[in-house]
Write a protein that binds this ligand. Structure first.
Ligand code: UDP
Length: 239
């Protein structure tokens, strides 16, 4: 087992739903604490880590719009939901002694820093975890796209997508036991086969910036560390 991390700087995207644990809504403190522990272990390896956390466990714009709400208004609510998740993760990381900064794409001076690229980069160089909150700051986007955008801006070596299963499958393996698991895919494979891994704008942005995407199971304790060593089970999406 090689102790050397394969990456210097990464961005991990965690969906809001991943923070729910067994709940139907909101945050499960135990789950947030466990994911924070994995992030702390990766930081201890010397990897510079940043995070984008979704908001789907609290509010999803597209669902509210389907219920009759104005889409842009609903999306702003969704972005605010991601700030709550970011603050919960910051709390869990700092409890483990990991210095963490939250930067929001929607400025809210009394809660966290505004997003400033150069400052975020400096935080990372100093070994602080930066959590990018409020997505891209624009309605009609998703936190997947925000993750690809921030990873490109930060010059990350890889974009990690923590999901419910250990990689990308041809169908949901929890519903379809015959689903095929992929070890490696190209960006175009994902787009052409419409694989449910990240939305198309996130995949396109990663492709334009030659940013490898690594999909792994966020709920398997220690999986993040293993992936950083190039071990364990994951799917890589590259050119
Ligand atoms: N959102 C947005 N612009 C962004 C990112 C997110 O409007 O750049 C809103 C959108 O309403 C979305 C919600 O925030 O539904 C929560 O984000 P997302 O659905 O990506 O969270 P996840 O599915 O990862 O939990």
């Amino acid at each position: 087992m090689s102790p050397t991390p394969a990456y210097k700087r990464v961005l991990l995207k965690v969906s809001g739903e991943a923070l729910m644990g067994e709940r139907d809504y909101g945050l499960d403190t135990e789950t947030v604490t466990r994911i924070a522990a994995d992030v702390a272990d990766v930081c201890a390896m010397g990897v510079q880590v940043s995070l984008v956390i979704g908001g789907g466990n609290i509010f999803r714009g597209v669902s509210a719009a389907a219920g009759g709400m104005d889409r842009a208004q609903a999306d702003y609510m969704g972005m605010l939901a991601t700030v709550m998740n970011a603050l919960a993760m910051q709390n869990a990381l700092e409890k483990r002694g990991v210095p963490t900064r939250v930067q929001s794409a929607i400025p809210m001076a009394s809660v966290c820093e505004p997003y400033i690229r150069r400052r975020a980069e400096r935080h990372m160089e100093k070994g602080r975890v930066v959590i990018f909150a409020a997505g891209t700051g624009n309605p009609f986007f998703t936190t997947d796209t925000a993750a690809a955008l921030r990873a490109a801006e930060m010059g990350c070596n890889a974009l990690l997508k923590g999901t419910q299963v250990d990689g990308v499958y041809s169908a949901d393996p929890r519903k379809r036991p015959d689903a095929q698991r992929y070890e490696q895919l190209t960006y175009l494979d994902v787009l052409a086969r419409d694989l449910a891994v990240m939305d198309a704008s996130a995949i396109s942005l990663a492709r334009e910036n030659r940013l490898p995407i690594i999909v792994f199971n966020i709920h398997a304790p220690g999986a993040f560390v293993q992936v950083m060593r190039g071990e364990g089970r994951f799917t890589t999406i590259v050119e």
